[in-house]
Design a protein around this ligand. Structure first.
Ligand code: COI
Length: 401
């Protein structure tokens, strides 16, 4: 609503160059990343997710939880209350971040991220335990991975302490959006990007670290085991070390769309990519690492510069080793995969999921699925630790509240 030179947007009021949000006032200059208005083009969760209040606002019935249908969660954006923002100039260190209401951000059209893809993202989850506490899972690992990616992309990165504290702040500020125990998790998405304006090809003059979050349920629309298609014409990452396939650069993700869009249109759940050098070895799926199981042996492609060093991947290797399996990180040929008993994928978003079939050049191979499989045993163990139902003997979980 416009009134004179003031504009109300939800609970916020813009007056000239200043905006009131709750009890705080932001000026446009202080907050170039302030909320503008919510885009009509955002892919958001369907309206059916909104609860009785219809807008995600607190229900009088339970002020500890947002009023949404927790049973309807998928993996689409449900806007929460706050996001975290921290900026620094090129050549300097991040120092002080702040929480601001969740909303759109303002960027120069010549920002480094928009023109040259200078950006990274991370993903981690917060789970609610049976007694209502909130746990993070290995957040310092995300921080270290962001630092590795930032070094490769010539960006400053937050320290481990800054990263983990910012994640804790965002979870506490959005606590009512952490799903009840057993209903899903709060997916936390840290971004690091060149937001300074430039024209020539060079590192941006300014960087922004943002964290936003959304409650999520399962990643894949198909509930249950997945059906993969091997992509043998398009590649996800250039081969060998030196590329950027092994970091979480934003530029690694859109290039999979043509293969995944076609595969999904043909009824597949996801695409499995091969190595660009020989086309003979499996690499990873569009959003997850892949493991093959034969008897007591488990293999997954080694981290060689093209494979994302997944935190779930690393955790599953430890859990499976502790269970007595022989876990090998090495090249895995397509033939070896087609001969496996079981195949599964891992990732923060997908957790651990069984693969029911893989189609390679028109031939479909089926794999063991069901509650007795190793992948389901590993999934249960991992989720048990993440949700506080199984003792965390490795110090992986971090209590937030
Ligand atoms: C994650 O698993 O957290 C990821 O970052 C993958 C993303 C494509 C959803």
């Amino acid at each position: 609503m416009w009134a004179g030179n003031e504009m109300w947007a939800g609970n916020e009021m813009w007056a000239g160059n200043e905006m009131w949000a709750g009890n705080e006032m932001w000026t446009r200059n202080e907050m170039s990343l302030r909320t503008t208005e919510r885009s009509h083009f955002t892919t958001m969760a369907p309206p059916s997710i909104l609860g009785n209040n219809g807008d995600g606002s607190n229900s009088a019935a339970d002020e500890n939880y947002a009023d949404i249908n927790w049973d309807e969660l998928g993996f689409s954006l449900v806007p929460t209350d706050y996001m975290y923002v921290m900026k620094c100039a090129n050549g300097e260190k991040f120092s002080q971040g702040t929480l601001i209401p969740f909303g759109n951000i303002e960027l120069s059209p010549s920002a480094g991220i928009l023109n040259y893809g200078q950006g990274l993202f991370e993903g981690l989850k917060a789970y609610r335990t049976e007694n209502g506490h909130i746990l993070l899972f290995r957040p310092e690992e995300n921080s270290k991975r962001m630092k590795t990616g930032a070094d490769r992309m010539c960006m400053p990165s937050p320290s481990i302490e800054q990263f983990v504290n910012a994640v804790k702040e965002i979870v506490i500020a959005n606590k009512r959006w952490v799903p009840p125990h057993g209903k899903g998790s709060l997916y936390i998405r840290p971004l690091l990007m060149g937001t300074g304006a430039l024209l020539g090809l060079a590192p941006a003059p300014e960087y922004t670290f943002i964290i936003y979050c959304s409650p999520v349920g399962s990643y894949h629309k198909d509930k249950g085991p997945l059906n993969f298609k091997v992509e043998d014409k398009l590649y996800r990452a250039i081969s060998g070390t030196g590329g950027t396939g092994g970091i979480k650069s934003v530029t690694n993700y859109a290039p999979v769309y043509s293969a995944t869009t076609e595969a999904k249109a043909n009824g597949f759940s996801d695409v499995l990519f091969l190595d660009a050098a020989t086309g003979k070895h499996i690499e990873e799926a569009s959003s997850s690492n892949v493991f093959v199981v034969k008897g007591n042996a488990i293999c997954t492609p080694a981290i060689d510069g093209t494979i994302l060093p997944g935190i779930t991947r690393k955790t599953i290797i430890d859990i499976a080793t502790d269970l007595g399996y022989e876990v090998m990180e090495r090249a895995v040929s397509v033939e070896e995969m087609l001969d496996a008993d079981e195949v599964f994928c891992t990732g923060t978003a997908v957790v651990v999921n069984s693969v029911a079939s893989i189609t390679f050049q028109k031939t479909r191979t089926q794999y063991k699925t069901g509650p007795e499989t190793l992948s389901q045993k590993l999934r249960k163990t991992l989720l048990g630790i993440q949700t506080g139902c199984i003792d965390d003997t490795k110090g992986w979980t971090v209590l937030v509240d």
